[in-house]
Design a protein around this ligand. Structure first.
Ligand code: FES
Length: 118
């Protein structure tokens, strides 16, 4: 495993993200508060550039004729067909079996690093 330092902490505002390239692989780095997350820029449905999708919330499970919006800023919506994924975990909102690939993120001395396996 290797850490690839791709950004400095000041490069991302809270709620912001950037797409970086590491070893030829595009990865979206997202900041939420003091936490950072990394998602592969590839939708598991048909390969859209997932991290160019809108960051949003979603409709939460609710009673009939009630609409509850929640998870604001915690979801990325694929730009091609609208599948939604949790930024923090890569899990899709519609199936436990579908998820976007995530990578661990480490911060050392103000540098944000993505951890890639071999
Ligand atoms: S390619 Fe992402 S939802 Fe279809």
């Amino acid at each position: 495993m290797a850490i690839h330092y791709v950004l400095k902490e000041g490069d991302l505002a809270d709620g912001g993200h950037a797409i970086v390239t590491v070893n030829g692989r595009e990865i979206g780095i997202y900041r939420r508060g003091e936490a950072y997350y990394a998602l592969y820029n590839y939708c598991p449905h048909l390969g859209a550039p997932l991290c160019s999708g809108r960051v949003c919330g979603t409709n939460l499970p609710s009673d009939v004729y009630r609409y509850e919006y929640g998870m604001a800023g915690e979801i990325v919506r694929c730009p091609w067909h609208g599948w939604e994924f949790e930024i923090a975990t890569g899990k899709s909102l519609f199936s436990d079996k579908v998820r976007a690939k995530t990578y661990p993120v480490e911060v050392h001395d103000g540098q944000i690093g993505v951890v890639l396996g071999r």
